[in-house]
Design a protein. Structure first.
Length: 118
């Protein structure tokens, strides 16, 4: 006795679309965060660094719960602000900057890969 084969379901296809949309959305969010990071750094340096100091004061002055969420959502920006304001050594600040450049390139390659998949 044979059992009838199940009818094809659209559930796996819709889950695939949702996963793809999530991947693309997350990649674009990352691209936006890094664009803000580098644009903010350029503007901050053009203004003599006062904007970066003010942004760090705002971020470090947040209540603990809100600060945790802000650090998670804006991690590259928060790391850049920390390096600019809290680190005394030029060598450490340079190492953080090189790390942020590498992080940016890695994120950009992820965006390209996410947008190329079909």
């Amino acid at each position: 006795m044979t059992t009838p084969s199940p009818l094809p379901s659209s559930a796996p296809r819709s889950r695939g679309r949702a996963a793809r949309a999530f991947e693309v959305g997350l990649s674009l969010y990352g691209a936006a965060v890094f664009a803000i990071l580098w644009a903010g750094l350029a503007v901050g340096l053009a203004t003599g660094g006062d904007l970066l100091v003010d942004a760090w004061a705002w971020l470090s002055g947040l209540p603990a719960g809100v600060a945790v969420v802000a650090w998670i959502l804006l991690l590259p920006i928060a790391v850049g602000l920390w390096a600019w304001n809290a680190v005394g050594s030029t060598l450490v600040t340079g190492a953080v900057a090189v790390g942020l450049v590498a992080w940016t390139l890695l994120m950009a390659s992820g965006v390209v890969r996410a947008l190329r998949r079909r």
